[in-house]
Design a protein around this ligand. Structure first.
Ligand code: 6IA
Length: 138
């Protein structure tokens, strides 16, 4: 099972550690192609050896290769939205996780209104584990 995990990078790293914990859990089910998304040391704007063109081309190739996408969508991110759209166009199963602890923040209608996506609103990390267990085929 090849899983693409999508989570905000330049959109903001507030949930970076949470992404790391979700990725560790997902590894139980297969290979997480985009493991770097959960790297707590990922610098937002710092110098990297990889150019933006290389990042884009590598990530799109992984979206094409994956068997399913899990996206944490609480922190709004252009890149995550783009990846979801690409995966949807390819017919991949997509689960979006949204933490609805804060009533001021509402999920984009482009995600919550899309019947091709499974959107799960959660409050605790334990709920994430339960939904992943149900979403990912054994
Ligand atoms: O717009 P965002 O940066 O928030 O987009 C985040 C999404 O795009 C993630 O799900 C990643 O799969 C992908 N992505 C965006 N930037 C990178 C990246 N940058 N490396 C790998 N995947 C990326 C390297 C670090 C850079 C910020 C200096």
């Amino acid at each position: 099972m090849k899983i693409y995990f999508a989570g905000s990078i330049r959109g903001g790293r507030d949930d970076g550690e949470l992404y790391g914990r979700i990725i560790s859990f997902l590894k139980k089910y297969g290979t997480v192609l985009s493991e770097h998304v959960g790297d707590p040391n990922l610098s937002l704007y710092g110098e990297t050896k990889t150019s933006d063109v290389d990042i884009y081309e590598r990530d799109v190739a992984w979206v094409e290769e994956c068997d399913m996408m899990i996206a944490e969508v609480t922190t709004p991110s252009l890149g995550v939205g783009y990846e979801i759209g690409r995966a949807e166009a390819l017919g991949k199963p997509i689960l979006c996780l949204f933490r609805n602890e804060n009533s001021e923040r509402r999920l984009s209608a482009m995600i919550s209104g899309n019947k091709n996506l499974k959107v799960f609103a959660y409050q605790t990390e334990d709920e994430i584990k339960d939904v992943l267990e149900r979403f990912i085929p054994a």
